[in-house]
Design a protein around this ligand. Structure first.
Ligand code: DP6
Length: 330
């Protein structure tokens, strides 16, 4: 029996990953840059055993159906071939998200699973190789191997596409991200399907490809200069641009709901009041607000005028992958 357990935190991209150059290996079209957060994480235990006759997947204590188990099994297949061990596994995952937040993410899930497998099968993968492995499960997961600011270098193949820490002199410790929960339902168009449709059909995708490297450069400069306004401005612009591409797809789609627009407008108003804050959104209607730790209290007070307290969660910079236990009794 081979058992391993790991914890990984979610990350939110400031410069988005949006589009794959290679769907099988999950090689992205553009580099992305994220902030790993403390408030949302996944703990996963994996047990490989000769006695199992199939893979089984439990999420928050509930046994998952064939469809959800299949995704996990496909990832386990990669691990089995790496380890050259033909053993079925039981995967038990727990998502830690503040009550009703509904913000469970594939980034923390797949990086925790990669870490748990690394421990269980004693693969001794370097962080770089672990990032490459997590990437095969879900692109954004490759960034959750590390804490703080992280860049995913697109590379050009399986060997060269992985994430790495962006030097920041711990500036991330001064920052915060407030989540405005608009809706905790499953999204209509998954990020995987949404980015595929965009790459294949959006008339605006060229603009995305041309300008996201410039946005990335600006974000990295802002981090090096600890210039919050610069980082926030490019974060907001890059997110809006990503969402713009979905409107030019066939058929067109959007992740925004009316409440998302309300939230974005509130953020702009709060900024105009002199409190620096900037929004970003991913493949769903929830809005995330990047701000400085010192302003969190005042920004929350403002947001509470438009949203319930339960809709608001504050997160700070979080750590990279953590190993929790390993037990190998061959
Ligand atoms: C909008 O990593 O979920 O959150 O690689 O297909 O699993 P797959 O997609 P996923 O996409 C994340 C897209 C995004 C932007 C980002 O996190 O960079």
């Amino acid at each position: 029996m081979y058992k391993g357990k790991a914890r990984a935190h979610t990350n939110i991209a400031l410069i988005k990953y949006w589009g794959k150059a290679d769907k099988e290996f999950i090689i992205p079209m553009n580099n992305s840059l994220s902030l790993t957060l403390d408030a949302f994480y996944t703990e996963t235990m994996v047990t490989f055993s000769e006695t199992f006759t199939q893979d089984t997947f439990y999420l928050d204590g509930a046994r998952q159906d064939e469809k959800n188990t299949k995704k996990v099994s496909q990832f386990l297949d990669l691990v089995r071939s790496l380890a050259q061990k033909d053993l079925f596994a039981t995967v038990e995952s727990q998502n830690f998200v503040p009550t009703a937040a509904g913000l469970a993410s594939s980034a923390s899930g797949l990086s925790a699973l990669a870490g748990a497998c690394n421990a269980a099968l004693e693969l001794n993968l370097s962080d770089q190789d672990l990032s490459r492995l997590a990437r095969r499960g879900s692109g954004s997961a490759c960034r959750s191997i590390y804490g703080g600011f992280v860049e995913w270098e697109k590379g050009q193949d399986d060997a060269s596409s992985f994430a790495k820490v962006v030097p920041s002199d711990q500036w991330e410790d001064d920052l915060a991200m407030i989540f405005i929960l608009i809706n905790d339902q499953q999204k209509d168009v998954s990020s995987r399907d949404g980015m595929e449709r965009t790459v294949e059909t959006s008339v605006f995708y060229d603009g995305w490809l041309k300008t996201s490297p410039i946005d990335l450069q600006t974000a990295k400069e802002a981090i090096a200069e600890k210039d919050f306004e610069k980082l926030g401005t490019v974060t907001e612009a890059n997110g809006l641009k990503m969402h713009g591409t979905t409107l030019g797809a066939t058929p067109p789609f959007t992740y925004w709901s009316p409440e998302s627009l309300t939230a974005m407008n509130r953020v702009r108003e709060i900024r105009q009041m002199g409190l620096p804050c900037y929004f970003t959104m991913d493949a769903g209607p929830n809005v995330k607000v990047l701000c400085q730790k010192k302003d969190v209290k005042q920004i929350l007070e403002q947001l509470e005028q438009s949203f319930n307290k339960e809709q608001l969660t504050c997160a700070f910079s979080g750590p990279g992958l953590e190993y929790l236990e390993t037990d190998v009794t061959a």
